[in-house]
Design a binder for this molecule. Structure first.
Ligand SMILES: Nc1ncnc2c1ncn2[C@@H]1O[C@H](COP(=O)(O)OP(=O)(O)O)[C@@H](O)[C@H]1O
Ligand SMILES: [Mg+2]
Length: 423
Protein backbone atom coordinates (compact mmCIF):
# COMPACT_ATOMS: atom_id res chain seq x y z
CA UNK A 1 0.00 0.00 0.00
CA UNK A 2 1.48 3.32 -1.03
CA UNK A 3 1.86 5.80 1.81
CA UNK A 4 2.42 9.51 2.15
CA UNK A 5 6.12 8.78 2.81
CA UNK A 6 6.44 7.05 -0.54
CA UNK A 7 4.83 9.99 -2.27
CA UNK A 8 7.12 12.49 -0.56
CA UNK A 9 10.19 10.41 -1.35
CA UNK A 10 9.18 10.15 -4.95
CA UNK A 11 8.43 13.87 -5.24
CA UNK A 12 11.85 14.59 -3.72
CA UNK A 13 13.39 13.23 -6.90
CA UNK A 14 11.95 16.14 -8.87
CA UNK A 15 14.51 18.93 -9.13
CA UNK A 16 13.80 22.60 -9.85
CA UNK A 17 16.40 23.26 -12.56
CA UNK A 18 16.89 26.88 -11.52
CA UNK A 19 17.33 26.36 -7.83
CA UNK A 20 18.99 22.99 -8.38
CA UNK A 21 17.12 21.66 -5.38
CA UNK A 22 14.29 19.19 -5.01
CA UNK A 23 10.78 20.57 -4.93
CA UNK A 24 9.93 19.03 -1.55
CA UNK A 25 12.75 20.60 0.42
CA UNK A 26 12.02 23.91 -1.31
CA UNK A 27 8.49 23.73 0.15
CA UNK A 28 6.69 23.63 -3.17
CA UNK A 29 4.34 20.78 -2.25
CA UNK A 30 1.36 21.91 -0.18
CA UNK A 31 -1.88 20.39 1.20
CA UNK A 32 -0.94 16.83 0.40
CA UNK A 33 -3.73 14.34 0.94
CA UNK A 34 -3.70 10.60 0.19
CA UNK A 35 -6.86 8.59 0.58
CA UNK A 36 -7.14 4.99 -0.68
CA UNK A 37 -4.96 5.68 -3.69
CA UNK A 38 -6.49 9.07 -4.43
CA UNK A 39 -3.70 11.61 -4.26
CA UNK A 40 -4.25 15.30 -4.00
CA UNK A 41 -1.79 18.17 -3.53
CA UNK A 42 -0.87 21.66 -4.60
CA UNK A 43 2.33 22.34 -6.50
CA UNK A 44 3.27 25.90 -5.63
CA UNK A 45 5.84 27.27 -8.06
CA UNK A 46 8.03 30.22 -7.12
CA UNK A 47 6.76 32.51 -9.88
CA UNK A 48 4.21 32.28 -12.69
CA UNK A 49 7.09 33.31 -14.95
CA UNK A 50 9.31 30.36 -14.04
CA UNK A 51 11.02 29.21 -17.25
CA UNK A 52 10.66 25.61 -16.16
CA UNK A 53 7.01 25.57 -15.00
CA UNK A 54 5.84 23.10 -17.60
CA UNK A 55 8.89 20.95 -17.21
CA UNK A 56 8.48 20.72 -13.42
CA UNK A 57 4.78 19.92 -13.71
CA UNK A 58 5.51 17.20 -16.28
CA UNK A 59 8.28 15.75 -14.06
CA UNK A 60 5.90 15.64 -11.11
CA UNK A 61 3.23 13.80 -13.11
CA UNK A 62 5.82 11.37 -14.39
CA UNK A 63 7.17 10.71 -10.91
CA UNK A 64 3.70 10.05 -9.52
CA UNK A 65 2.94 7.82 -12.52
CA UNK A 66 5.86 5.65 -11.56
CA UNK A 67 4.39 5.01 -8.11
CA UNK A 68 2.36 1.84 -7.74
CA UNK A 69 -1.02 2.19 -6.15
CA UNK A 70 -1.95 5.76 -7.09
CA UNK A 71 -5.35 5.57 -8.74
CA UNK A 72 -6.00 9.19 -9.26
CA UNK A 73 -3.97 12.41 -9.12
CA UNK A 74 -5.62 15.72 -8.43
CA UNK A 75 -2.83 18.29 -8.71
CA UNK A 76 -3.46 21.97 -8.36
CA UNK A 77 -0.65 24.07 -9.83
CA UNK A 78 -0.26 27.60 -8.48
CA UNK A 79 2.51 30.13 -8.27
CA UNK A 80 3.38 32.47 -5.48
CA UNK A 81 6.08 34.99 -6.10
CA UNK A 82 8.64 34.98 -3.29
CA UNK A 83 10.06 38.10 -1.77
CA UNK A 84 13.49 38.64 -3.17
CA UNK A 85 14.28 41.50 -0.84
CA UNK A 86 14.57 41.89 2.91
CA UNK A 87 11.19 43.37 3.69
CA UNK A 88 11.91 43.64 7.42
CA UNK A 89 14.37 46.39 6.70
CA UNK A 90 11.92 48.42 4.69
CA UNK A 91 8.61 49.16 6.30
CA UNK A 92 7.56 51.53 3.57
CA UNK A 93 7.49 49.16 0.63
CA UNK A 94 6.33 45.97 2.23
CA UNK A 95 3.82 45.22 -0.49
CA UNK A 96 6.46 45.07 -3.21
CA UNK A 97 7.99 41.61 -3.32
CA UNK A 98 10.81 42.24 -5.78
CA UNK A 99 12.52 45.37 -7.04
CA UNK A 100 14.56 44.94 -10.19
CA UNK A 101 16.73 47.92 -11.08
CA UNK A 102 17.69 48.08 -14.74
CA UNK A 103 21.08 49.67 -15.32
CA UNK A 104 23.43 50.28 -18.20
CA UNK A 105 26.90 51.68 -18.63
CA UNK A 106 25.74 54.34 -21.06
CA UNK A 107 22.60 55.70 -22.69
CA UNK A 108 21.04 54.55 -25.92
CA UNK A 109 21.62 50.84 -25.43
CA UNK A 110 17.87 50.23 -25.13
CA UNK A 111 17.66 50.14 -21.34
CA UNK A 112 14.19 51.70 -21.29
CA UNK A 113 12.96 49.54 -24.15
CA UNK A 114 14.14 46.42 -22.37
CA UNK A 115 12.81 47.53 -18.96
CA UNK A 116 9.39 48.23 -20.43
CA UNK A 117 9.06 45.08 -22.48
CA UNK A 118 10.31 42.92 -19.62
CA UNK A 119 7.68 44.50 -17.38
CA UNK A 120 4.99 43.72 -19.96
CA UNK A 121 6.28 40.17 -20.45
CA UNK A 122 6.20 39.51 -16.70
CA UNK A 123 2.71 40.95 -16.50
CA UNK A 124 1.62 38.65 -19.30
CA UNK A 125 2.54 35.59 -17.23
CA UNK A 126 0.03 36.73 -14.62
CA UNK A 127 2.39 38.53 -12.25
CA UNK A 128 1.51 41.93 -10.77
CA UNK A 129 3.97 44.44 -12.16
CA UNK A 130 4.93 48.09 -11.71
CA UNK A 131 7.37 50.24 -13.65
CA UNK A 132 9.22 53.23 -12.24
CA UNK A 133 10.89 55.46 -14.76
CA UNK A 134 13.76 56.77 -12.64
CA UNK A 135 15.64 58.23 -15.56
CA UNK A 136 14.87 61.76 -14.51
CA UNK A 137 17.05 63.39 -17.16
CA UNK A 138 15.46 61.48 -19.99
CA UNK A 139 12.13 59.94 -18.98
CA UNK A 140 11.05 57.95 -22.03
CA UNK A 141 8.54 55.48 -20.62
CA UNK A 142 5.47 57.77 -21.04
CA UNK A 143 6.27 58.12 -24.74
CA UNK A 144 6.92 54.41 -25.17
CA UNK A 145 3.56 53.60 -23.58
CA UNK A 146 1.62 56.39 -25.26
CA UNK A 147 0.95 57.93 -21.84
CA UNK A 148 2.04 61.47 -22.59
CA UNK A 149 -1.14 62.88 -21.12
CA UNK A 150 -1.35 60.70 -18.06
CA UNK A 151 -1.46 62.52 -14.77
CA UNK A 152 -0.57 61.34 -11.34
CA UNK A 153 -3.10 61.99 -8.61
CA UNK A 154 -2.21 62.32 -4.98
CA UNK A 155 -4.51 60.61 -2.50
CA UNK A 156 -3.82 60.09 1.19
CA UNK A 157 -0.41 61.64 0.62
CA UNK A 158 0.45 58.89 -1.83
CA UNK A 159 0.98 59.08 -5.57
CA UNK A 160 -1.59 56.99 -7.40
CA UNK A 161 0.17 55.39 -10.36
CA UNK A 162 -1.75 55.42 -13.63
CA UNK A 163 -2.01 52.07 -15.39
CA UNK A 164 -1.16 51.03 -18.90
CA UNK A 165 -1.61 47.54 -20.28
CA UNK A 166 -2.05 46.18 -16.77
CA UNK A 167 1.11 47.65 -15.29
CA UNK A 168 1.34 50.54 -12.83
CA UNK A 169 3.57 53.29 -14.11
CA UNK A 170 5.30 56.22 -12.42
CA UNK A 171 7.48 58.62 -14.34
CA UNK A 172 9.01 62.03 -13.87
CA UNK A 173 7.78 62.60 -17.40
CA UNK A 174 4.23 62.89 -16.03
CA UNK A 175 5.27 66.18 -14.50
CA UNK A 176 5.84 68.03 -17.74
CA UNK A 177 6.90 71.27 -16.14
CA UNK A 178 9.52 69.76 -13.89
CA UNK A 179 10.88 67.71 -16.73
CA UNK A 180 12.43 70.78 -18.27
CA UNK A 181 14.01 71.71 -14.98
CA UNK A 182 15.54 68.32 -14.29
CA UNK A 183 18.87 69.32 -15.70
CA UNK A 184 19.33 72.03 -13.09
CA UNK A 185 18.69 69.74 -10.12
CA UNK A 186 21.77 68.54 -8.34
CA UNK A 187 22.49 64.96 -7.40
CA UNK A 188 21.13 64.81 -3.84
CA UNK A 189 17.86 66.51 -4.77
CA UNK A 190 17.34 64.18 -7.70
CA UNK A 191 18.12 61.14 -5.59
CA UNK A 192 15.62 62.38 -3.04
CA UNK A 193 12.94 62.71 -5.71
CA UNK A 194 13.55 59.23 -7.02
CA UNK A 195 13.39 57.78 -3.54
CA UNK A 196 10.15 59.61 -2.95
CA UNK A 197 8.67 58.26 -6.17
CA UNK A 198 9.63 54.81 -5.06
CA UNK A 199 8.46 54.99 -1.48
CA UNK A 200 5.53 57.40 -1.64
CA UNK A 201 3.68 55.69 -4.44
CA UNK A 202 0.65 53.57 -3.75
CA UNK A 203 1.94 50.52 -5.59
CA UNK A 204 -0.42 48.19 -3.71
CA UNK A 205 0.61 44.54 -4.06
CA UNK A 206 3.31 44.03 -6.63
CA UNK A 207 5.22 40.89 -7.51
CA UNK A 208 7.80 42.82 -9.51
CA UNK A 209 8.68 46.49 -9.64
CA UNK A 210 11.00 47.32 -12.52
CA UNK A 211 13.05 50.48 -12.09
CA UNK A 212 14.49 52.08 -15.22
CA UNK A 213 17.62 53.74 -13.82
CA UNK A 214 19.48 56.59 -15.49
CA UNK A 215 22.51 55.32 -17.42
CA UNK A 216 25.91 55.07 -15.80
CA UNK A 217 26.95 55.11 -12.19
CA UNK A 218 25.70 58.48 -11.05
CA UNK A 219 24.07 59.49 -7.84
CA UNK A 220 20.66 57.95 -8.46
CA UNK A 221 21.74 54.34 -8.95
CA UNK A 222 24.11 54.71 -6.01
CA UNK A 223 21.56 56.17 -3.62
CA UNK A 224 18.90 53.74 -4.68
CA UNK A 225 21.13 50.76 -4.24
CA UNK A 226 22.13 51.91 -0.80
CA UNK A 227 18.86 53.09 0.69
CA UNK A 228 16.20 50.70 -0.55
CA UNK A 229 16.59 46.96 -0.26
CA UNK A 230 16.33 45.87 -3.87
CA UNK A 231 16.31 42.34 -5.22
CA UNK A 232 19.07 43.09 -7.67
CA UNK A 233 20.46 44.90 -10.67
CA UNK A 234 19.82 43.85 -14.21
CA UNK A 235 22.41 45.11 -16.67
CA UNK A 236 21.49 45.92 -20.25
CA UNK A 237 24.25 46.13 -22.78
CA UNK A 238 24.82 45.92 -26.53
CA UNK A 239 27.33 43.64 -28.22
CA UNK A 240 29.75 46.39 -29.14
CA UNK A 241 32.94 46.22 -27.17
CA UNK A 242 32.79 49.88 -26.25
CA UNK A 243 29.39 49.50 -24.65
CA UNK A 244 30.46 46.33 -22.90
CA UNK A 245 33.53 47.80 -21.26
CA UNK A 246 31.38 50.66 -19.98
CA UNK A 247 28.88 48.15 -18.66
CA UNK A 248 31.73 46.33 -16.98
CA UNK A 249 32.69 49.48 -15.13
CA UNK A 250 29.14 49.95 -13.88
CA UNK A 251 28.97 46.36 -12.73
CA UNK A 252 32.20 46.84 -10.83
CA UNK A 253 30.62 49.69 -8.90
CA UNK A 254 27.46 47.80 -7.96
CA UNK A 255 29.61 44.86 -6.95
CA UNK A 256 31.49 47.04 -4.51
CA UNK A 257 28.21 48.15 -2.96
CA UNK A 258 27.28 44.53 -2.40
CA UNK A 259 24.07 44.84 -4.39
CA UNK A 260 23.05 41.49 -5.86
CA UNK A 261 23.47 41.29 -9.62
CA UNK A 262 20.62 39.44 -11.30
CA UNK A 263 22.37 39.17 -14.66
CA UNK A 264 22.95 40.65 -18.09
CA UNK A 265 20.58 41.08 -21.02
CA UNK A 266 22.11 41.82 -24.39
CA UNK A 267 20.06 44.15 -26.58
CA UNK A 268 20.38 44.59 -30.34
CA UNK A 269 22.21 41.27 -30.37
CA UNK A 270 21.48 40.22 -33.91
CA UNK A 271 19.32 40.98 -36.90
CA UNK A 272 17.11 38.19 -38.10
CA UNK A 273 16.63 38.49 -41.82
CA UNK A 274 13.08 37.69 -42.88
CA UNK A 275 14.30 36.54 -46.29
CA UNK A 276 16.94 34.01 -45.28
CA UNK A 277 15.82 33.48 -41.65
CA UNK A 278 19.38 33.73 -40.53
CA UNK A 279 20.70 35.67 -37.61
CA UNK A 280 23.24 38.32 -38.54
CA UNK A 281 25.47 39.51 -35.72
CA UNK A 282 25.98 43.00 -37.04
CA UNK A 283 27.69 44.37 -33.95
CA UNK A 284 29.78 41.30 -33.22
CA UNK A 285 28.97 38.34 -31.08
CA UNK A 286 29.31 37.35 -27.47
CA UNK A 287 30.07 40.74 -25.84
CA UNK A 288 27.49 40.38 -23.08
CA UNK A 289 28.31 36.75 -22.50
CA UNK A 290 31.90 37.75 -21.96
CA UNK A 291 30.76 40.27 -19.34
CA UNK A 292 28.60 37.71 -17.61
CA UNK A 293 31.53 35.29 -17.40
CA UNK A 294 33.94 37.96 -16.25
CA UNK A 295 31.67 39.05 -13.42
CA UNK A 296 30.31 35.59 -12.73
CA UNK A 297 26.74 36.64 -13.27
CA UNK A 298 23.99 34.95 -15.29
CA UNK A 299 23.44 35.75 -18.93
CA UNK A 300 19.69 36.19 -19.15
CA UNK A 301 18.92 36.67 -22.81
CA UNK A 302 19.50 38.26 -26.20
CA UNK A 303 17.07 40.70 -27.77
CA UNK A 304 17.21 41.09 -31.56
CA UNK A 305 17.65 44.35 -33.39
CA UNK A 306 14.27 44.83 -34.93
CA UNK A 307 12.55 47.79 -36.49
CA UNK A 308 9.26 46.64 -34.91
CA UNK A 309 10.78 47.17 -31.47
CA UNK A 310 11.86 50.68 -32.36
CA UNK A 311 8.64 51.70 -34.08
CA UNK A 312 6.62 50.25 -31.22
CA UNK A 313 8.55 52.39 -28.75
CA UNK A 314 8.22 55.52 -30.84
CA UNK A 315 4.48 55.08 -31.39
CA UNK A 316 3.69 54.26 -27.79
CA UNK A 317 2.77 50.70 -28.75
CA UNK A 318 5.36 48.28 -27.36
CA UNK A 319 6.09 45.19 -29.40
CA UNK A 320 5.13 42.99 -26.42
CA UNK A 321 1.56 44.29 -26.82
CA UNK A 322 1.17 44.72 -30.57
CA UNK A 323 3.03 41.59 -31.69
CA UNK A 324 3.03 39.28 -28.68
CA UNK A 325 3.89 36.22 -30.77
CA UNK A 326 6.71 37.79 -32.77
CA UNK A 327 10.30 36.55 -32.33
CA UNK A 328 11.10 39.86 -30.60
CA UNK A 329 8.33 39.39 -28.05
CA UNK A 330 9.44 35.80 -27.54
CA UNK A 331 12.96 37.01 -26.83
CA UNK A 332 11.64 39.44 -24.21
CA UNK A 333 9.47 36.72 -22.68
CA UNK A 334 12.40 34.31 -22.42
CA UNK A 335 14.55 36.98 -20.78
CA UNK A 336 11.71 37.94 -18.41
CA UNK A 337 11.35 34.35 -17.27
CA UNK A 338 15.05 34.16 -16.56
CA UNK A 339 14.85 37.40 -14.59
CA UNK A 340 11.96 36.00 -12.54
CA UNK A 341 13.94 32.83 -11.92
CA UNK A 342 16.86 34.89 -10.64
CA UNK A 343 14.49 36.68 -8.25
CA UNK A 344 13.40 33.31 -6.86
CA UNK A 345 17.04 32.36 -6.44
CA UNK A 346 17.64 35.61 -4.52
CA UNK A 347 14.75 34.70 -2.23
CA UNK A 348 16.28 31.35 -1.34
CA UNK A 349 19.74 32.88 -1.00
CA UNK A 350 18.38 35.39 1.51
CA UNK A 351 16.62 32.64 3.40
CA UNK A 352 19.78 30.61 3.49
CA UNK A 353 21.76 33.59 4.75
CA UNK A 354 19.27 34.18 7.55
CA UNK A 355 19.57 30.53 8.56
CA UNK A 356 23.34 30.75 8.36
CA UNK A 357 23.34 33.81 10.58
CA UNK A 358 21.23 32.05 13.21
CA UNK A 359 23.51 29.06 13.08
CA UNK A 360 26.68 31.15 13.34
CA UNK A 361 25.25 33.04 16.33
CA UNK A 362 24.62 29.76 18.08
CA UNK A 363 28.11 28.33 17.59
CA UNK A 364 30.75 28.33 20.31
CA UNK A 365 33.94 30.34 19.65
CA UNK A 366 35.80 27.03 19.25
CA UNK A 367 33.38 25.77 16.64
CA UNK A 368 33.61 29.05 14.77
CA UNK A 369 37.37 28.98 14.83
CA UNK A 370 37.38 25.47 13.42
CA UNK A 371 35.40 26.68 10.43
CA UNK A 372 37.61 29.71 9.93
CA UNK A 373 40.78 27.62 10.08
CA UNK A 374 39.25 25.26 7.54
CA UNK A 375 38.74 28.24 5.29
CA UNK A 376 42.33 29.47 5.31
CA UNK A 377 43.12 28.49 1.73
CA UNK A 378 39.84 29.84 0.42
CA UNK A 379 40.37 33.08 2.29
CA UNK A 380 43.50 33.84 0.36
CA UNK A 381 41.68 33.53 -2.94
CA UNK A 382 38.64 35.37 -1.59
CA UNK A 383 40.88 38.22 -0.57
CA UNK A 384 38.80 38.42 2.57
CA UNK A 385 40.15 40.62 5.28
CA UNK A 386 39.67 38.11 8.05
CA UNK A 387 41.71 35.74 10.17
CA UNK A 388 40.95 32.56 12.11
CA UNK A 389 40.99 34.53 15.33
CA UNK A 390 37.95 36.44 14.15
CA UNK A 391 35.66 33.94 15.81
CA UNK A 392 34.04 36.72 17.80
CA UNK A 393 32.82 38.50 14.72
CA UNK A 394 29.10 38.59 14.17
CA UNK A 395 27.64 37.38 10.90
CA UNK A 396 27.16 40.97 9.80
CA UNK A 397 30.80 41.76 10.47
CA UNK A 398 32.01 38.95 8.26
CA UNK A 399 32.58 39.99 4.73
CA UNK A 400 30.17 38.83 2.09
CA UNK A 401 32.70 36.69 0.29
CA UNK A 402 33.55 35.01 3.57
CA UNK A 403 29.89 34.47 4.43
CA UNK A 404 29.39 32.69 1.13
CA UNK A 405 32.40 30.51 1.82
CA UNK A 406 31.19 29.65 5.32
CA UNK A 407 27.71 28.59 4.26
CA UNK A 408 28.72 25.18 2.87
CA UNK A 409 30.70 24.58 6.06
CA UNK A 410 27.57 25.24 8.11
CA UNK A 411 25.15 23.17 6.08
CA UNK A 412 27.37 20.57 4.46
CA UNK A 413 26.51 22.18 1.13
CA UNK A 414 24.90 25.35 -0.09
CA UNK A 415 21.19 24.87 -0.57
CA UNK A 416 20.98 27.30 -3.42
CA UNK A 417 22.73 26.81 -6.69
CA UNK A 418 23.70 30.28 -7.74
CA UNK A 419 25.69 29.64 -10.86
CA UNK A 420 23.71 30.45 -13.98
CA UNK A 421 21.62 27.70 -15.49
CA UNK A 422 20.25 29.95 -18.16
CA UNK A 423 21.63 30.40 -21.62
N1 LIG B 1 16.19 45.80 -29.92
C1 LIG B 1 15.99 46.95 -30.54
N2 LIG B 1 15.78 46.99 -31.89
C2 LIG B 1 15.60 48.18 -32.52
N3 LIG B 1 15.59 49.37 -31.92
C3 LIG B 1 15.79 49.39 -30.59
C4 LIG B 1 15.98 48.20 -29.84
N4 LIG B 1 16.14 48.55 -28.53
C5 LIG B 1 16.04 49.88 -28.47
N5 LIG B 1 15.83 50.41 -29.71
C6 LIG B 1 15.72 51.82 -30.05
O1 LIG B 1 16.92 52.46 -29.66
C7 LIG B 1 16.65 53.75 -29.13
C8 LIG B 1 17.21 53.85 -27.71
O2 LIG B 1 16.49 52.98 -26.85
P1 LIG B 1 16.13 53.36 -25.36
O3 LIG B 1 15.36 52.23 -24.80
O4 LIG B 1 15.52 54.70 -25.29
O5 LIG B 1 17.62 53.38 -24.76
P2 LIG B 1 18.14 53.89 -23.33
O6 LIG B 1 17.03 53.84 -22.37
O7 LIG B 1 19.24 52.92 -23.00
O8 LIG B 1 18.69 55.24 -23.55
C9 LIG B 1 15.14 53.93 -29.21
O9 LIG B 1 14.83 54.62 -30.39
C10 LIG B 1 14.61 52.52 -29.28
O10 LIG B 1 13.38 52.44 -29.96
MG1 LIG C 1 16.08 55.40 -21.36
Amino acid sequence: MVGVDDVINKLSTVIDPDLNKDIVSMGMIKDLDLNSGNLKFTLELTTPACPFNEEIEADVRKAIDELDGIKNLDMNVTAKVMEGRSLDADESMKTVKNIIAVASGKGGVGKSTVALNLALALSRTGAKVGLLDADIYGPSIPLMLGMKNAAMQVEDKKLQPPESNGIKVVSFGFFAEQEHQAAIYRGPIISGIVKQFLVDTNWTDLDYLIVDLPPGTGDIPLTLAQTIPITGILVVTTPQDVASSVASKAIGMFDKLNVPMLGVVENMSYFECSKCNEKHYIFGKGGAEKISKKHNMPFLGSIPLNSGIMEGSDLGKPVMITQPDSPSAEAFTAAAKNVAAQCSIQHYKMKEEAEAEAKWDGLSPEARQKILVGLIDEMVTLGGNIAPEDENKTWAELEHAIQDAIIPHLFGESKVQTTPTTS
